[in-house]
Design a protein. Structure first.
Length: 433
């Protein structure tokens, strides 16, 4: 009997030691993806986890982009941050300013045995998430560009050409009024992200300054300039459309997408990354480039979306797992698939080439639009991007003034002047001046 117990104990101990020895290192990945894009996150984690046994990526949804960033900051202060956090483009300056809290993605990849060759990645995307010396600080995950979506059935009902989307802003406004007046839909035009699309990308696409020092890429000491005449003209046009009931405001981030998907509004400017949800509706939709003003654009758009940042203070095993996961995400087949199912742009040149060779763009007109917009022309000082140490705070200020404008409480000039004045004060406070 003693021998039997001893044998059972030895077998159990061996099994326990074996399970401990092969326990996968868990790596938390906090993210802000919803809907179809959340499914992509879960599927990527599952595919990586099933492809090897040493590491387990654990995706954790933490809310909207701003909520996820705030959750990460709070977790870092509590000394319990995740290994990986998805941070939207507006948070890049915040993360770069906290370099003691993060580990550069390029360093983690190198330590994991992988060489980061930036020539293999789309230059416009990688540059935005890198230091001036070219060191990649975060891994571009879901880079996007704002584009125009339109409901082809609504266009037909309004007597518009469903195969020829409006290219300039005056054309958009005219089409939106026709959609509303014809009764084709209750609202002609809506837009997500008035800050990112109608201000930051508006500046780049029309080659006008958003702020001094290359919009913050050259120095943290920035004087905002988005109250210049072209911005005033544009936002006053939107305010007038809102007063007429032609433009409908959905919210500060991506909420307006629902107004388009429900058929309430006929035209939408939104991230290319919003495509997955639009496809799932079964809508007869079309894609056009981001509108511009004649005599100013088009120049080039700037990447939005988000990248993956790595917090410090983790174990060597976790960092090795992160390196393996980022290498997995860099694979051509993964990047090509991510691009094709989500609408986000591929990070690598090989994935772009593979998609092009497959005939995907021929079969799916408009899907190459965000890439052509971003890479069509070499960027100028006005169109390299926007990077402020407190861009999320500045965006909040802008949204407050935009909402007051859309409620009829002030005109566009007053709204933009106040946003610039308040934004400049917030920037000076953030940099300690």
């Amino acid at each position: 009997m003693k021998r039997l117990y001893a044998s059972i104990f030895a077998t159990a101990a061996a099994a326990l030691m074996s399970s401990t020895a092969y326990a996968a290192t868990e790596i938390q990945w906090w993210h802000a993806m919803t809907g179809a894009n959340n499914e992509v996150v879960d599927n990527l984690a599952k595919e990586f986890n099933e492809g090897q046994k040493d590491y387990k990526i654990v995706p954790v949804f933490k809310g909207t982009y701003p909520e996820t960033l705030n959750a990460g900051i709070a977790a870092f202060r509590a000394k319990q941050p995740p290994a990986i956090i998805q941070v939207f483009d507006a948070g890049s300056g915040v993360m770069m300013g906290a370099q003691g809290a993060i580990k550069p993605a390029a360093d983690v990849l190198k330590a994991g045995g992988y060489t980061f060759d930036k020539s293999k990645y789309l230059a416009g995307i990688v540059a935005y998430y890198s230091k001036p010396d070219g060191t990649m600080l975060s891994f571009p995950y879901n880079s996007s560009s704002p584009i125009l979506y339109y409901n082809k059935d609504t266009f037909k009902k309004a007597g518009l050409d469903a195969e020829n989307p409006p290219k300039t802003w005056p054309e958009v406004f005219e089409a939106a009024r026709k959609i509303k007046s014809s009764g084709a839909s209750a609202c002609g035009f809506t837009s997500t992200w008035l800050t990112w699309i109608q201000t930051e990308n508006f500046a780049a696409w029309n080659n006008v300054s958003y702020g001094s020092n290359e919009n913050g890429l050259g120095s943290t000491d920035v004087k905002l300039a988005f109250n210049a005449p072209l911005f005033v003209e544009h936002f006053q046009a939107i305010a007038d459309l809102a007063k007429e009931g032609v433009f409908r405001y959905g919210g500060r981030t991506s909420e307006a997408k629902q107004l388009f998907m429900s058929g309430e509004c006929g035209i939408l400017t939104e991230s290319s990354g919003g495509l997955g949800d639009i496809v799932k509706t079964g809508m007869n939709y079309g894609i056009g480039q981001l509108p511009y003003y004649e005599g100013h654009g088009p120049q080039n758009t700037i990447p939005g979306g988000a990248s993956l940042w790595i917090f410090g203070g983790k174990s060597d095993a976790e960092y090795k797992g992160v390196a393996e996961f980022f290498n997995f995400l860099s694979q051509t087949k993964i990047q090509a698939r991510l691009h094709q199912v989500s609408g986000y742009m591929p990070v690598t040149i090989a994935a772009y080439d593979e998609t092009k060779k497959s005939g995907f763009y021929d079969k799916n007109p408009g899907r190459e639009t965000p890439l052509l917009q971003m890479m069509g022309k070499p960027p100028t000082e006005n169109s390299k991007g926007v990077r402020l140490v407190n861009l999320p705070q500045v965006r909040d200020i802008m949204n407050e003034e935009f909402e007051s404008m859309l409620a009829g409480k002030q005109d566009a000039k007053a709204a933009l002047d106040k946003a610039v004045e308040r934004g400049n004060a917030a920037i000076q406070q953030a940099i300690g001046k």
